[in-house]
Write a protein that binds this ligand. Structure first.
Ligand SMILES: [Zn+2]
Length: 229
């Protein structure tokens, strides 16, 4: 804990003081351009990965970057999405999974949550991901199966997002774009799903990343080889 307190002090005395004007402007209001939905995993730092400053990203984080379908639970997820879309008017929503995701690993190995009733119940919201992977790719095991689950999961969550009325209405008006991304801890690469090619491919500064249709042919994630650099 000591190093966290030292960090807080250093931020207050150095960073904040140097950028005082910027932070004081932020205190008057926020207008982030994107809602970034990612895993709670400590190795994922959305602002660092996207080199975004305070005020640029509205963030929603939980185990497994899960978006419960509208009405499935009255938790903070729906409220955060509704506020981001209807009040902050974000133009983009990014669902970002990641390699080595412990939540996806636990989803595939249900025994691992025998003594974690709340985790098991939460991951039940991603049951569609588990069924897609186990039924459509029965030949996959180990890390390859895990990577397939991570990719399928962001696509499932993108579909769940569209059950939220605020999202559905803005999508139809063309005022909102959805993105399915996967971050690789090992390389720093970000992969993005393209609904035209139906593959996850490395994202570049000039890439068009929006998903115009999130529904895809069953099994496409593993049928078409994920292209790497
Ligand atoms: Zn994770």
């Amino acid at each position: 804990m000591d190093h966290l307190l030292k960090g807080m002090h250093q931020f207050r005395t150095k960073v904040f003081d140097q950028e005082r004007e910027y932070f004081q402007k932020l205190a008057k209001g926020q207008s982030p351009s994107a809602l970034f939905i990612s895993c709670s995993d400590s190795r994922i730092d959305p602002n660092l990965i996207l080199q975004a400053g305070p005020g640029e990203l509205f963030s929603l984080r939980n185990a497994g970057n899960i978006v419960p379908p509208y009405g499935a639970s009255n938790g903070g997820e729906g409220a955060t999405i509704e506020y981001a879309v209807s009040v902050l008017n974000v133009s983009d929503i990014i669902v970002c999974g990641h390699s080595q995701c412990g939540a996806m690993r636990a989803l595939l190995d249900q025994k691992s949550t025998d003594n974690l009733p709340l985790v098991r119940s939460w991951l039940g919201q991603a049951e569609a991901t588990r069924r897609i992977v186990t039924e459509n790719y029965p030949q996959l095991t180990g890390e390859i199966q895990l990577n397939a689950a991570v990719q399928e999961n962001v696509l499932v969550q993108l579909e769940n997002l569209q059950t939220h009325p605020a999202v559905a209405a803005k999508l139809q008006r063309g005022e909102l774009t959805l993105h399915a991304w996967v971050y690789h801890l090992e390389t720093g690469d970000m992969l993005s799903f393209s609904s035209d090619s139906e593959i996850f491919a490395p994202l570049r500064a000039e890439s068009q990343t929006g998903v115009s249709k999130s529904r895809r042919t069953p099994g496409t994630v593993r049928k078409k080889k994920t292209s790497r650099k």
